[in-house]
Design a protein around this ligand. Structure first.
Ligand SMILES: C[S@@+](CC[C@H](N)C(=O)[O-])C[C@H]1O[C@@H](n2cnc3c(N)ncnc32)[C@H](O)[C@@H]1O
Length: 281
């Protein structure tokens, strides 16, 4: 018996116009037009569509995007969870080469072509996405991939030093542990201030209380960080309960969801929402 989220069909909300569907289908690889049999087929299609824009940036850029989007369950989980607003402005902190932006655009493209799981919320209409990234090589790859895409702007900047504009969604995936506790508190405080009422922060962290799975993810992270040119940087990890408490103290409503599937890491998603009414910090 299939789970409801594996039963795929037409979108739940207002159908797109026939013309729009035809245009979107023309941009999807033919193999991916139509309704998908299951979540894995959708995932494969999204990896194809989202990584295609990185071809122009060279082999590393393209294969990195494919590997990251294909192996890390974070990205398909984000769509399945459906915590995004219907449309909005996004800020992606420590965005790397901005694969998340490409993933969201690909998801919307699939949705508008009618290829979307029946039980899932429609992916958001991204009005804009501003990415901030420390490493100029990642920024250069993102700029090449999004040349001509006015909605996405990736900028070189240190999120500990750069001001945040007001947005609807802030994402910070696998980044918070790169700087110390004072900077973490300051970044989270500024994230809270930058989100509109009803806005959401989606943060992924390694759970320092996660035992061997956490140790494994930390070793891999240290190796990848070295290869990416950061050297052997210290890492400032915390138990998930600690992150959640800090966010609650800032006035967020917090849920935590463990990342399942993919590499055996203690990765956890924090979904922190600013109440629409009430507490304002
Ligand atoms: C593990 S990668 C994750 C990239 C991206 N969030 C993703 O999920 O694909 C962490 C990223 O955070 C960036 N980063 C670390 N500290 C940063 C800072 N202070 N300001 C901006 N970016 C930072 C790193 O350069 C790296 O690209």
């Amino acid at each position: 018996m299939k789970k409801p989220d594996q039963v795929l069909g037409l979108p739940r909300d207002k159908p797109t116009s026939a013309a729009s569907v035809a245009i979107q289908e023309a941009r999807l690889p033919a193999a991916h037009a139509g309704v998908f049999p299951d979540q894995h087929a959708l995932h494969r299609a999204l990896v194809d569509v989202a990584s295609a824009r990185y071809r122009s940036g060279g082999r590393f850029s393209y294969h990195f995007a494919r590997g990251k989007l294909g192996i890390d369950p974070l990205f398909i989980d984000l769509l399945r969870l459906g915590e995004f607003p219907a449309h909005g402005r996004f800020l992606d902190l420590g965005c790397g080469q901005a694969v998340f932006a490409s993933w969201l655009l690909a998801a919307r493209q699939c949705y508008e072509a009618g290829t979307w799981p029946a039980g899932w919320n429609p992916p958001p209409v991204m009005e804009s996405l501003h990415g901030l990234e420390l490493m100029s090589k990642d920024v250069a790859r993102a700029e090449a991939a999004f040349a001509g895409e006015a909605r996405v702007r990736v900028e070189r900047g240190d999120i500990c030093q750069t001001g945040f504009e007001t947005v609807d969604v802030i994402t910070i995936f696998d980044v918070l542990h790169y700087f110390g506790p004072d900077a973490q508190e300051d970044v989270l405080r500024r994230i809270r201030a930058a989100l509109r009422p009803g806005g959401v922060l989606l943060a992924r962290v390694g759970d320092a209380a996660g035992g061997f799975r956490f140790s494994l993810s930390r070793w891999v992270d240290q190796a990848v960080t070295f290869v990416r040119g950061h050297g052997f940087s210290p890492m400032y990890c915390r138990p998930v309960s600690d992150w959640a408490r800090t966010l609650e103290e800032l006035g967020f409503e917090v849920r935590t969801i463990r990342t399942e599937g993919g590499p055996p890491f203690a990765n956890t998603m924090l979904i922190a929402r600013v109440p629409r009414h009430g507490v304002s910090k």
